[in-house]
Design a protein around this ligand. Structure first.
Ligand SMILES: Cc1cc2nc3c(=O)[nH]c(=O)nc-3n(C[C@H](O)[C@H](O)[C@H](O)COP(=O)(O)OP(=O)(O)OC[C@H]3O[C@@H](n4cnc5c(N)ncnc54)[C@H](O)[C@@H]3O)c2cc1C
Length: 425
């Protein structure tokens, strides 16, 4: 009889977004064997900034320049926010380990020592964030110092609007202008996508051609703002090589999805996992069922379009995201967690899910729905007790952390994953 062999691991991480990838990396660093299963999730949308705590939402949202001070004040204003479950030193350690990992993989991030910075959005507004890819850093400096700057559109690229950026910023940043160039090798009239252009710039000849096109368009500007397309694997190197030819600083500005900085993160983790004996990656696969074997291990059925393999794990970290990734599912009357049917904190009535104004500064209660945990990130039952020994929930699936309003997405994913893994040691 053809019996599917069971793959054993200490921890199964369900989800390969920022939370799941971080959890697998933290496990590997602590000699805990891990299997990570999941599809793209929100990473393809991720603008690349690591938010930590940027805004206290409310009728008059308060922008926070010091995320650590904000985290210190969080409990008094928003006692249910899950970042309250983690001590600040642990949050700091988690971010440091995450950034050290990226640095070891040649993906540098930067920022101010203890404060947030105002990063450029694709719309030309500023957003408080904690760390940015080094390829975006000079744009923040240029905006602060009002350096003369050329923003470039690329023919056929709909996910970026340099002219719109310039018109949104030129009152506060004189000396900026926009232009539109043809990407070398791309047929005129052809639609362009950020990942395709980034892949092209991995080729040295192509990036030299692009640098020469940019240099020919400069009118004495000291800096050039480009959509985030400076390669997938070696953005720092590509930036430096092109700067030498152009003779001016270049920097990236996030595009609309698909977002290359998110793809870069995912690629770095995937390549790292491929080299490690104690991590098994099941990317582009999903968990169809996960059951607890009495008081012992978890048994997971995983595969592409149908269950193909079985995985046995002592612990499970549920990092399955929100509505977009199907970690939470909303029917007409209820928000559900589909894998374990965990209790989901949510409003009693559907009418209370959303405010009538889409842009209500206080946000929508559906975005606060999610899984409630204890300080070890174990999901709780309705009596406040951990549901399963060995089950953790981390990242954006957590209740009471509307990342869109608080600007806390990446920081919460990384630090909750860290706490869950530390708890397993
Ligand atoms: C447009 C946009 C821009 C953003 N920009 C930023 C930013 O600049 N900075 C920032 O800090 N945050 C940002 N965020 C927020 C940030 O993206 C999220 O907070 C974060 O990506 C959530 O990560 P996650 O790992 O919790 O979930 P996700 O990234 O959604 O990942 C969930 C994972 O679970 C998997 N999954 C779900 N169900 C199953 C199953 N049954 N079996 C296996 N796998 C499963 C999915 O395939 C996916 O891999 C942005 C979000 C959006 C939408």
């Amino acid at each position: 009889m053809n019996q599917t062999p069971i793959i054993d691991t200490e921890v199964a991480v369900i989800g390969s977004g920022i939370a799941g990838l971080s959890a697998a990396m933290f496990s590997c660093n602590r000699d805990i064997s891990a299997a990570v299963i999941g599809g793209p999730g929100a990473t393809g949308f991720y603008s690349g900034y690591i938010d930590l705590m940027g805004v206290f939402p409310g009728k008059e949202p308060q922008v926070k320049s010091d995320p650590w001070q904000a985290i210190g004040d969080l409990y008094s204003k928003f006692p249910e926010h899950p970042l309250n479950l983690i001590d600040s030193p642990d949050i700091k350690s988690s971010l440091q380990e995450f950034l050290d990992f990226l640095q070891s993989q040649n993906l540098q991030y930067t920022g101010f020592e203890g404060s947030n910075l105002s990063a450029l959005t694709p719309l030309g507004t500023g957003k408080p964030t904690y760390r940015v890819p080094e390829t975006m850093w000079q744009g923040i400096r240029a905006r602060q110092e009002k350096t003369s700057c050329l923003f470039l559109d690329i023919q056929g690229l709909k996910d970026f609007d340099a002219a719109g950026l310039v018109s949104a910023m030129q009152d506060s940043w004189p000396g900026i202008r926009s232009d539109c160039i043809q990407f070398p090798g791309l047929a005129e009239g052809r639609e362009a996508y950020p990942p395709l252009l980034a892949q092209n710039l991995e080729n040295q000849t192509r990036r030299r051609e692009l640098a020469r096109v940019i240099a020919a368009n400069l009118q004495g500007e000291k800096a050039v703002g480009l959509p985030a397309i400076l390669g997938i694997y070696r953005p720092g190197l590509i930036k430096r090589e092109m700067e030498e030819i152009i003779g001016a600083t270049i920097f990236e500005v996030p595009t609309m999805p698909s977002s290359v900085p998110g793809i870069r993160l995912k690629e770095k983790f995937s390549n790292y996992f491929d080299q490690k004996d104690n991590i098994q990656g099941f990317m582009q696969q999903r968990v169809f069922e996960c059951t607890k074997q009495g008081n012992k291990d978890f048994l997971l059925q995983i595969g592409g379009t149908k269950p193909e393999k079985k995985l046995r794990a002592k612990s499970v970290i549920l990092a399955s995201g929100r509505y977009l990734a199907q970690g939470l599912q909303a029917s007409r009357s209820k928000i559900r967690e589909p894998l374990f049917d965990l209790p989901v904190t949510q409003p009693d009535n559907r009418e209370d899910w959303h405010k009538s104004d889409l842009f209500d500064p206080e946000g929508h209660r559906a975005n606060l729905a999610g899984i409630q945990t204890d300080s070890a990130f174990r999901p709780l039952d309705t009596h406040g007790n951990p549901i399963y020994r060995g089950l953790y929930a981390v990242g954006s699936i957590l209740a009471n952390a509307d990342w869109m309003r608080f600007k806390c997405g990446g920081g919460l994913c990384i630090s909750s994953a860290y706490r869950a893994v530390e708890n397993m040691k």
